[in-house]
Structure formats: structure tokens, C-alpha cells
Design a protein around this ligand. Structure first.
Ligand code: LIP
Length: 280
């Protein structure tokens, strides 16, 4: 049985939180200042509606450059670039623009997400240590550190507990493949009548932070990548949210469900009854 390397100290984790915040703010300022009037798609990924822009790439290059200088022994996993191995046992998990479609269209919900985890960068097994989500358009910044709480621009956060599932405002999102979206629409048809309303804002990292601040009561999404969830998930958990998958599993690409513990358990049960993780 290989022993897990010791986690960084509380003060080291505090420093990692400060670095994540500084990097997210710097990349956000570059994105904000450099957005052309007409954003072009540089390439597409999983489908023709899964775009990457030059700014996604420029943001990740900036983040990687800074990390190579500040944290050369740490590994890096980013949405737009190759994995970089490390020797420290820590991995930085980067989403240079979460909400790329919103950025492309000029819809004001996109963010830079920077997190650092201990262990392999696998949401099923990692230990999130620190993270920052910086909303590019309005400049709001959420941060969190393991065991040290979560904040929005310095204000401590606690999740809201809606009195019932029926009065809960629920965030969600949809994938890029048509078959997956058809299946997600069937699940949504079973969720929508049972909750207050749905919000599809287009950036998981911001959705999870809105949950942490009480602007959403619940959030679920299937098909998220590790970089979508790494920072926002820590913000939500450090604000008191339960964050899991279905059937007792941790939150992974299969399903991410977050919210105050009582309501989150009810949403998990509803999603399980709707077979929300059934293959599309
Ligand atoms: C996005 C997520 C969003 C999801 C979108 C997309 P990206 O990430 O933040 O929640 O619904 O389909 O995956 O691709 O903009 O980094």
C-alpha cells in the first residue's frame, strides 16, 4: 500500500490560495483587456459547437508560464495544453476560460478557474487544496482553501439551505454532443417540475461559486471535466456544500451534484430515479 505524501501545511495552503487568486486575476485582466469586437473560433474540439479561441490558448499559456516560474516542481493539467508532470505531488488544474461559448458570444458569464490539488488530478481521488474562480466581466473573485473556508472578494461564504426541493433554484448545464443533450433534456423534464426553476448560465465554475454564495440552491451537471470543477467545487465545499456523484460515488465526469446537504441528497435521489447517468 503506497503511503500518500503528506499534505502541505496550513500556511503553505494559504499561500497556494493567494497564488491561485493572483494567477486568475492576471489572466482575467488579459482576457478582459484583449477581447476583440469579433471573437473568432480558433478550433473546435469534441464537436463543432465545442470551440476554443485564441484567448483560451493565450490565457492558459500565461497561467502555465507563471506556474513554471513560481511552482516548477508541480504538475499542470489544463484544458487547452499538454499535461506537465511534476515531482511535488501537487497538480495545478486550469480552465483558462470556463464558459468559452459565452466568451465567444459576449454573454457575461465566463471565468478563469485555477486550482491546485494533491494526488493525481482525478476528481474521484484528488485532494483539492486551494482554488480561485475569477469572473472576467464583473471582476468578482471567489477563492477557497482546504479547511480554511471560502470567500467572494473577501466576504466569507455559506451555502443557502432552501426549505424544500420544490423551492430550490437549480443550476445545470449540457454537453456538446447531440445524443448526450437529448438524454439530458429527458432528465431535465423530470427535474424541472420538482424544483423552483432552472438556470443554465454556461460556466460550471461560476455555477458552483454562485451556489457557494447562495445565489443558487443546487447545481448538477453531467460530463464536466476536472478543470471545470476543481476550483468551483472546492469553493462550494468550503462554503458548506455537499458535492457528490450518484449512487454513493464522488463527483466525477459521470455526474456532479452540489448543494446544502439535505437538499443535495434529495436532488441526488431525483437524478438517480431519472437515471441521469445512463449512457446516452
Ligand atoms: C463549460 C462548462 C459548462 C458546460 C459547458 C462547458 P468550457 O466548460 O463550464 O458548465 O455546461 O458545456 O463544458 O467548455 O466552457 O470550459
Amino acid at each position: 500500500m503506497t503511503s500518500q505524501p503528506a499534505l502541505p501545511s496550513a500556511s503553505e495552503i494559504t499561500d497556494l490560495r493567494s497564488l491561485a487568486r493572483a494567477l486568475a486575476l492576471e489572466a482575467g485582466a488579459m482576457i478582459r483587456g484583449g477581447r476583440p469586437d469579433q471573437v473568432r473560433v480558433a478550433a473546435t474540439k469534441s464537436t463543432e459547437v465545442d470551440p476554443v479561441t485564441e484567448m483560451d490558448r493565450a490565457s492558459e499559456e500565461l497561467l502555465r508560464r507563471r506556474l513554471a516560474a513560481r511552482r516548477p516542481d508541480d504538475a499542470v493539467l489544463g484544458e487547452e495544453g499538454d499535461d506537465v508532470p511534476g515531482t511535488s505531488g501537487l497538480t495545478w488544474v486550469l480552465d483558462p476560460i470556463d464558459g468559452t461559448v459565452n466568451y465567444l458570444y459576449g454573454v457575461a458569464s465566463y471565468a478563469v478557474s485555477v486550482a491546485v490539488v494533491a494526488g493525481a488530478p482525478d476528481p474521484a481521488t484528488w485532494t483539492p487544496l486551494a482554488g480561485a474562480v475569477h469572473s472576467v466581466v464583473d471582476g468578482a473573485t471567489w477563492t477557497a482553501a482546504r479547511g480554511q473556508g471560502a470567500d467572494k472578494d473577501g466576504r466569507e461564504l455559506r451555502v443557502r439551505e432552501a426549505p424544500s426541493l420544490a423551492t430550490s433554484l437549480v443550476g445545470t448545464g449540457f454537453g456538446y454532443e447531440a445524443a448526450r443533450r437529448a438524454q439530458q433534456a429527458q432528465v431535465l423534464a423530470q427535474v424541472l417540475p420538482k424544483v423552483r426553476d432552472i438556470r443554465r448560465l454556461g460556466a460550471a465554475a461560476i455555477d458552483l461559486c454562485l451556489l457557494a454564495e447562495g445565489s443558487l440552491d443546487l447545481y448538477y451537471e453531467r460530463g464536466l471535466n476536472s478543470w471545470d470543477v476543481a476550483a468551483g467545487g472546492l469553493v462550494a465545499v468550503e462554503a458548506g456544500a455537499a458535492l457528490t456523484g450518484l449512487h454513493g460515488a464522488p463527483a466525477t465526469n459521470l455526474m456532479t451534484v452540489a448543494g446544502s446537504p439535505a437538499r443535495q441528497a434529495e436532488l441526488v435521489a431525483l437524478l438517480e430515479a431519472a437515471h441521469a447517468d445512463r449512457p446516452a
